[in-house]
Design a protein around this ligand. Structure first.
Ligand SMILES: *[C@@H]1O[C@H](CO)[C@@H](O)[C@H](O)[C@H]1NC(C)=O
Ligand SMILES: *[C@@H]1O[C@H](CO)[C@@H](O)[C@H](O)[C@H]1NC(C)=O
Ligand SMILES: *[C@@H]1O[C@H](CO)[C@@H](O)[C@H](O)[C@H]1NC(C)=O
Ligand SMILES: [Zn+2]
Length: 441
């Protein structure tokens, strides 16, 4: 009896020593047998939208565009019911395209995506701020370490900065990169990623822009050095840290923040990109008022602490030096969008310039690997969105170059983009970013 309890004790002790932080590898279990399907939709998207909501399926395509498609997660036990209902809808609407399988087994895809990523000791061995960082995705704590290491390597031209705190108390951390006149002395360029928690490629690409800028400028590459003398750069790779951690420990494809359900609902989370203090927040049709929706706009403007923190950071920079360029990095679908989101008829005052610089940006992105981006004003290029980040920076803060980038891919892998696409995504986006820096008026 005694020996038995000692054994039990030893076993428990061994387990607790071995216990590692939860990772997507653990949470992948919930995705066993889950398929991700690309479902064609007709002129009227309501029947598919209704079906998805009746079956409570997780949408990857937040908004249904007529005569296009919707990407959606379908668990094994709902598969037959879903597919036969889609077949029926397709027949009634004369849709001839077939369903495309994006992921046969999402658990398996998540495992592959994470290979080599969640071994913090391995990562930390040589310091994180080197090119090898971009071969894998990483845990949240290591991203903070990466920024700290990068700033420590180049203390004369960079420092770690913050833009507020998430609800669960995580600091929204970034890196400020500046030239010989010091921090805060030139017009700001602000880039951030991972507004939507599941868009992991945006984290890595945001970091790669900071890394390339800093390493090239300090190595004396004339073109890049000139940008550093002209602008004061801020990169925030993860502006939704609670959501990002949740995608790493619990649910890989979570999008929103982690706000508690408002009264009368059981659904968590506000869409940080429909929550800005733009006048169109109160308009209908560009965001959802349903707490369960992926584009739920929240109970009030800037009600999400993440939006509030970022907005107040941007207001400070705008007041101090002005913000020359604002770039909000997302995935997926390969888009480059400028204001307005809230209206398809109201044009940005410098629309011609924005269209022409977007054309050049898309050409620069395409040069290394042939990756094609679609570009234009947000509303007419994709769909109406209210109180998104770029309408706010453009209208409220006067940032004439306000863009949203949607990175790779166009739907082969969607959010679960294999790690071997981090480096090519970074290379083409660095080319696009340099084009913007060289061509803004
Ligand atoms: C589908 O095709 C049939 C026969 O051509 C036509 O009568 C019907 O109106 C079409 N339905 C839709 C939704 O387009
Ligand atoms: C900047 O740095 C990256 C890698 O650190 C490199 O791929 C790129 O070619 C460099 N040079 C320029 C001019 O951007
Ligand atoms: C998410 O946003 C809501 C506002 O809509 C806020 O009340 C909540 O605190 C946020 N949750 C987290 C975890 O940041
Ligand atoms: Zn997004």
């Amino acid at each position: 009896m005694k020996a038995f309890s000692l054994l039990t004790f030893l076993a428990t002790a061994a387990l607790s020593v071995l216990a590692l932080p939860a990772t997507p590898l653990d949470s992948a279990v919930q995705y066993q047998g889950v398929k991700v399907l690309r479902v064609p939709v007709g002129e009227d998207t309501a029947p598919i939208d209704q079906l998805i909501s009746t079956l409570s399926l997780e949408r990857w395509t937040v908004h249904s565009t007529p005569n296009s498609h919707v990407d959606v997660e379908v668990p094994q036990d709902k598969y037959d019911e879903f597919v036969s209902a889609v077949d029926k809808i397709s027949a009634e609407s004369n849709i001839t395209q077939d369903i495309v399988v994006m992921h046969e087994d999402l658990a398996q895809s998540i495992k592959e995506e994470s290979e080599g990523s969640f071994e913090p000791k391995l990562d930390r061995r040589a310091g994180l701020a080197n090119q090898a960082w971009f071969t894998n995705y990483h845990p949240y704590a290591d991203h903070i370490q990466f920024l700290t290491d990068l700033a420590a390597t180049f203390p004369a031209n960079s420092k770690v900065v913050t833009s507020g705190t998430s609800l669960q108390g995580r600091t929204i951390t970034g890196i400020n990169i500046f030239g010989s006149s010091g921090s805060g002395t030139k017009p700001a360029v602000v880039v951030h990623g991972t507004v939507h928690a599941r868009e992991w490629i945006s984290t890595m690409v945001t970091e790669s822009l900071a890394f390339n800028l800093l390493t090239n400028a300090t190595a004396g590459v004339a073109e890049v050095k000139a940008y550093l003398e002209k602008y004061d750069f801020y990169f925030f790779p993860v502006v939704n840290p609670d959501g990002f951690v949740y995608t790493q420990t619990t649910t890989r494809t979570w999008r929103k923040n982690r706000s508690a359900p408002p009264s009368g609902s059981t659904c968590y989370g506000t869409d940080i990109n429909r929550n800005w203090a733009h006048f169109a927040w109160s308009q209908s049709g560009g965001a959802s008022t349903s707490p369960c929706a992926e584009d739920y706009k929240g109970t009030a403007q800037e009600s999400a602490p993440e939006t509030k923190g970022l907005a107040s950071f941007l207001r400070d920079r705008a007041a101090a030096t002005g913000v020359k360029l604002y770039l909000d990095v997302h995935s997926y679908s390969q888009l480059f969008l400028y204001p307005y989101g809230y209206s398809c008829t109201t044009q940005a005052s410098n629309a011609a310039d924005l269209q022409s610089i977007s054309t050049g940006y898309a050409a620069a992105i395409r040069a290394p690997y042939g990756t094609r981006y679609t570009y234009g004003p947000a509303c007419s290029t994709i769909y109406k969105t209210t109180a998104d980040s770029t309408d706010y920076t453009y209208d409220n803060l006067g940032v004439k170059y306000s863009f949203t980038a949607e990175l790779r891919d166009t739907g082969n892998y969607g959010f679960i983009l294999p790690a071997n696409q981090i480096v090519p995504s970074s290379i083409e986006n660095w080319a696009g970013f340099k084009y913007l820096l060289a061509n803004m008026k």
